[in-house]
Design a protein around this ligand. Structure first.
Ligand code: RB5
Length: 141
């Protein structure tokens, strides 16, 4: 599975950790930036990742800023994106099963690396349940 990933400076350190983890697990990860600790604007990277999903470059993505909040706000302005901001693993699973989230947002200043890895793996392992949830999603996305 191809996964896109993007961050600003607030999410850069956690992004590097998550890329390492995903590569070890055999996922192909495409990093849309930022590529350093330099201060940047999170909307640039949220837009870049969401447009790439729309273009079919990868099927899902992970966005990381300091809190994950800014990234999720920008990502959800894109009609084809269902971004879920998750600070724990149950919500991450439900965001796939019920909401068919195609972007996971994380807070680099909120989460330890082990919890973040667990959230990411839980999210990737979960599948959309379909059924009644499909028509709900169709109302906004
Ligand atoms: C950057 O300082 C910070 O505002 C950003 O990473 C993010 O937390 C915004 O939602």
């Amino acid at each position: 599975m191809k996964i896109g990933i993007g961050s600003d400076h607030g999410g850069f350190a956690l992004k590097k950790n998550i890329i390492l983890y995903l590569n070890q697990k055999g996922y192909e990860v495409i990093d849309v930036g930022n590529h350093s600790e330099e201060s940047v604007d999170y909307p640039d990277f949220a837009d870049k990742l969401c447009l790439a999903i729309g273009a079919g470059d990868f099927e899902c993505g992970i966005l990381i800023c300091g809190t994950g909040i800014g990234m999720s706000m920008v990502a959800n302005r894109h009609r084809h994106i269902r971004a879920a901001l998750c600070y724990e693993s149950f919500g991450a699973r439900m965001s796939r099963e019920h909401n068919n989230a195609n972007v996971l947002c994380l807070g680099g200043r909120m989460l330890g690396a082990e919890l973040a890895r667990d959230i990411v793996q839980t999210w990737l392992n979960a599948d959309f349940a379909g059924g009644r949830h499909q028509s709900r999603i169709a109302r906004f996305c």
